[in-house]
Design a protein around this ligand. Structure first.
Ligand code: NAD
Ligand code: USQ
Length: 395
């Protein structure tokens, strides 16, 4: 298949591009390098030494014999470049990773809130409008987030996107409907993912655009079979207080002897997936596309759920790291249960990589190996969901 990957230089997009290329697909990357520029803004760098984009692509050609082309432009701003590319390439599928993806970054200031909303919602709308204007039947595969549901289960397993409801009209009549699961975003970033859902629903019903929306949990791990083939192909590893996600942060902290930073009581329960499962899920989504006229297909892309304090204890038992319970910079429930339906990917043959399979390997092969590149000053998460005075007023 011909596949355009928007955001193909990022943490999920780069290994996905290599995986799809390795499986024989023709891959074209679009990325404006905004993520690398945000590293400059925050004065941090990936724990792993990521190569410049053209070096990455040259290295892939050397080790695999396969070409991946790259177009550097902003999907949220350069609508006509996107449209021309789609007309030239005539892709079967477009995978959309090109969004600002960190919740803490989206909450840093009013500028960061506005940037995240403008970037993410315009990128998604531009993509859908361009697919319609091209007149082609292209399958759009988007990376959504488990966070669109919020993390409370209301006593049920979170279904894959849609919720069956029964509405009581009067004493005798009830109506049954299937609706999008009520959105409950916990940050401006997560809010953009709930807005994306409405854009997909609209273009799908009005223009019959075929869409798969993947509500992904927190991704952990770094390397895939393809990114490990040459040091120049190494994937990024974010550990800083804005972009580092919780499990990779714990693994890096354990590797450098920094106490594990558990926010609040650590009673938050979240969904997780390994990066090697992420790339496989994208391929499964592409090769099992909805038919023309089908409604938006939604998958929950996760393999296990864990309570954060249990994760911290697991990492501590494996490595001897100490645990620090710190004041939570976010505004989120201190304790929650989380049960998630993920049958669709399992039925398509996904084989989950569990924490038990990969944690120690990740600490030894990545976190310890590159620990010398860590700037300890950048570890604390300083982005506050509410200004200090508001936080005190709410206590
Ligand atoms: P990332 O920031 O590493 O990658 C995103 C890439 O998109 C970057 O290379 C960036 O330069 C590019 N980009 C952003 N805006 C762009 C624009 N307007 N035009 C062109 N390129 C643009 O993030 P990631 O971790 O790879 O996440 C990819 C997607 O998966 C995101 O949409 C994110 O919301 C979703 N997701 C990520 C995780 C996770 O744990 N990392 C979990 C669930 C969902
Ligand atoms: N947390 C800690 N200690 C830390 C860092 C985080 O306790 O050092 C806590 C947070 O307070 C939160 C939880 O860990 O309760 C998860 O935080 P995170 O930064 O690992 O993940 P999150 O902000 O939810 O965002 C990440 C990705 C995002 C994706 C989302 C999937 O950055 O792109 O959409 O995971 S999900 O969480 O399932 O919505």
């Amino acid at each position: 298949m011909r596949i355009i990957v928007l955001g193909g230089d990022g943490f999920c997009g780069w290994p996905t591009s290599l995986y799809l290329s390795d499986r024989g697909h023709e891959v074209v990357i679009v990325d404006n390098l905004s993520r690398r520029n945000i590293d400059n803004e925050l004065e941090v760098a990936s724990l792993t030494p990521i190569a410049p984009m053209t070096t990455r692509l040259r290295a892939w050609k050397e080790v695999s014999g396969r070409d991946i082309s790259w177009h550097r432009f902003d999907v949220a701003e350069n609508y006509h470049r996107l449209l021309s590319l789609i007309k030239e390439e005539r892709p079967d599928a477009i995978v959309h990773f090109a969004e600002q993806r960190a919740a803490p970054y989206s909450m840093k200031s009013s500028w960061h809130k506005r940037y995240t909303v403008n970037n993410n919602i315009n990128a998604t709308n531009n993509l859908l409008a361009a697919v319609v204007e091209s007149g082609q039947d292209i399958h759009v595969v988007h990376l959504g987030s488990m966070g669109v549901y919020g993390y409370g289960t209301a006593g049920l397993r979170i279904p894959e996107g849609y919720l069956k409801v029964e509405v009581r009209v009067d004493d005798e009549h009830r109506i049954e409907q299937e609706i999008l699961y009520p959105p409950r975003p916990g940050s401006i970033y997560h809010l953009t993912k709930t807005q994306d859902q409405l854009l997909f629903a609209y273009y799908n019903s009005n223009d019959k655009v075929r869409v798969t929306d993947l509500h992904q949990g927190i991704v952990w791990g770094t390397q895939t079979e393809q990114t490990s083939r040459d040091e120049r192909l190494i994937n990024r590893f974010d550990y800083d207080g804005d972009y580092g996600t919780v499990l990779n942060r714990f693994l890096m902290q354990a590797a450098i002897g920094y106490p594990l930073t558990v926010h609040g009581t650590g009673g938050q329960t979240r969904a997780f997936i390994h990066i090697r499962n992420t790339v496989r899920c994208i391929e499964l989504a592409i090769t099992n596309a909805p038919a023309l006229g089908d409604r938006v297909r939604i998958f929950n892309q996760m393999t296990e759920t864990h309570r954060l304090r249990d994760l911290a204890t697991l990492v501590s038992n494996l490595t001897g790291a100490s645990i620090d319970y710190i004041e939570n910079p976010r505004n989120e429930a201190e304790e929650n249960e989380l049960a998630v339906e993920n049958r669709q990917f399992l039925d398509l043959g996904l084989e989950p990589i569990t924490l038990q399979d990969g944690l120690l390997e990740e600490v030894a092969d990545v976190a310890k190996k590159y620990a010398y590149r860590c700037d300890r000053e950048k570890i604390p998460s300083r982005s506050l969901w509410r200004a200090r005075a508001d936080r005190e007023a709410h206590v």
